[in-house]
Design a protein around this ligand. Structure first.
Ligand code: ADP
Ligand code: ZN
Ligand code: MG
Length: 497
């Protein structure tokens, strides 16, 4: 980033909250599957904070946090504490959130990313467990809302279904150096959380949320500049846009002789700008202290070792294996390995096709090409595709064996995708089986040569480019079903004769 005479360096640190995929909430037995539930139906004395109700730690949430921590190269604490983070807000019935402060479950890890062609190791300061808050609806947000009786004026409704959903908070060191790196980090983190089955990572649905801290400093200065925190970032795109905006704003402030003030800002998506929410003078004083209702959590190292051994192959390792074992190009390998379901689909297809490197490359070409194109056009994910790996391998085998040509293969795949029918039936129905009958093809060749004597003469006079055109005419004569290799051989022979 440069402006005027001074070049600036951008410093970014990210705080991500991801809802954990557990059946029940963090400290009670209420269902955590609240998306479609009517307001305040997944609640109990614990998550409504009724006096005397006591929390119980959800073991699966601890397990998923440890698995995420291990995948992020963290140290897993043997002894860890829950803490009360005190503040008052209508979505927080207890008046405090149970979180972790000192002694988080996971700390001191890293995640390697790549952005704009450069690699960077991003330090993970900590990954800890806490609980989500409830959800507020400010009346008047939805026009015609009838939930308030007339004349009561403004009000806010609270839904506590989300209160107590387990949240994993992952905090980076200030190691990111551009908005694009921040985006790349989030994309990769989401991939990993999904691979582990730890979180859906769905930003649009609020299952993964991001706060970005950003500062700038003159290049060469070792001391960090004053940071600003940006909230309300609901997509990868808004993270990048908000950071770009904020970097430019901070540079303008310094260039005008001012200084950056430490504030919390919100991203205003509609107007594409950051807006101050609160200043540091009104900074939160959370008065953290150890949660008296929960015991310290002792983590058995044997359990951690077990979880480490059971970690799945993660996207980077899988992409590297695809590239090494099947000689896929790096881009395709990364594309196929990025999502677990896609990677599984690819490997199953390759295996059904024989499992060799050439078979895998054929599968990779068709999946990243034709299949992804069909999926994109139909707006579906790999899980919803009606063509299973075995059915795709069956089709690709037919193309490889020359039963149909590649163009017909694409047509057949389109039909399979739409109808879920097997390749064989569609080939029969469309009459696409490739003609490899030498007599039939020789007749087509003769017919074409008889029809175009001038072109034949040109070819024989040395204009070799005519061959391709004649080839096209014969394929047309066979309505695209001629075996191209055989047609070419027969045509060459006939032209010599
Ligand atoms: P705070 O005490 O204000 O919460 P932390 O040290 O806990 O600050 O850091 C919060 C987040 O801000 C972390 O992700 C961290 O990497 C990032 N951060 C810290 N200092 C800076 C800075 N000068 N510029 C950008 N990000 C920073
Ligand atoms: Zn509950
Ligand atoms: Mg902090």
């Amino acid at each position: 980033m440069a402006s005027g005479d001074i070049a600036y360096e951008t410093i970014i640190g990210l705080e991500v909250h991801a809802q954990l995929l557990t059946a029940s909430k963090m400290f009670c037995g209420c269902s955590a599957d609240y998306a479609a539930a009517p307001p305040n139906t997944h609640v109990c004395p614990v998550c409504m904070a009724l006096p005397g109700a006591l929390p119980v730690i959800n073991r699966l949430a601890v397990e998923k946090t440890i698995r995420a921590g291990l995948a992020l190269n963290c140290t897993i604490a043997g002894h860890t504490l829950f803490a009360r983070k005190n503040y008052h807000y209508a979505d927080l019935p207890k008046g405090y959130q149970i979180s972790q402060y000192e002694l988080p479950l996971c700390h001191s890890g890293w995640l390697d990313i790549e952005a704009e062609g450069a690699a960077r190791r991003v330090g993970i300061a900590r990954a800890h467990l806490e609980e989500d808050t409830g959800k507020l609806t400010h009346m008047g947000e939805a026009a015609g809302d009838t939930r308030l009786s007339a004349g009561r004026g403004a009000a806010t409704l609270v839904d506590l279904n989300r209160a107590g959903i387990p949240l994993l908070e992952i905090v980076t060191e200030p190691d990111l150096r551009s908005p694009e790196e921040a985006r790349a980090y989030l994309v990769k983190l989401q991939q990993i959380l999904r691979y582990l089955g730890v979180s859906s990572g769905d930003m649009e649905k609020g299952a993964m949320r991001c706060e970005a801290n950003v500062s700038i400093r003159p290049v060469g200065q070792t001391q960090f500049g004053t940071k600003v925190e940006v909230k309300n970032l609901n997509s990868f795109r808004s993270v990048k846009l908000a950071l770009e905006y904020e970097v430019a704003r901070q540079i303008a402030v310094l260039e005008a002789g001012g200084r950056v003030v430490q504030v919390t800002m919100g991203w205003d998506e509609e107007h594409g700008r950051t807006v101050v929410q609160r200043s540091k003078e009104s900074a939160d004083d959370y008065r953290y202290f150890p949660e008296p209702d929960l015991p310290p959590l002792e983590i058995n190292p044997a359990w951690v070792a077990e979880l480490r051994a059971a970690l799945p192959e993660l996207p980077d390792a899988r992409a590297a294996r695809f590239a090494a074992v099947y000689a896929l190009d790096e881009r395709d390998a990364a594309l196929l390995a990025g999502e677990r379901a896609t990677a599984d689909y690819f490997e199953a297809t390759a295996a059904a096709l024989g499992g060799t490197a050439p078979a895998a490359r054929t599968a990779a070409n068709w999946i990243t090409g034709e299949l992804f194109r069909l999926m994109k056009a139909a707006g579906v994910e790999i899980e919803q595709v009606q063509v299973g790996p075995a059915a795709l391998a069956d089709l690709l085998g037919r193309v490889e064996r020359g039963e149909i040509n590649a163009n017909s293969g694409k047509r057949v795949l389109g039909q399979m995708f739409e109808t879920g029918q097997p390749a064989g039936r569609i080939i029969d129905e469309l009459g696409l089986a490739q003609v490899s009958d030498a007599d039939a093809l020789a007749a087509a060749v003769d017919a074409v040569l008889a029809r175009y004597p001038d072109e034949v003469a040109k070819y024989r006079a040395g204009k070799e480019s005519v061959l391709g055109w004649l080839m096209g005419q014969v394929m047309r004569e066979t309505r695209g079903k001629g075996n191209p290799a055989l047609v070419r051989a027969l045509l060459a022979k006939a032209l010599e004769g």
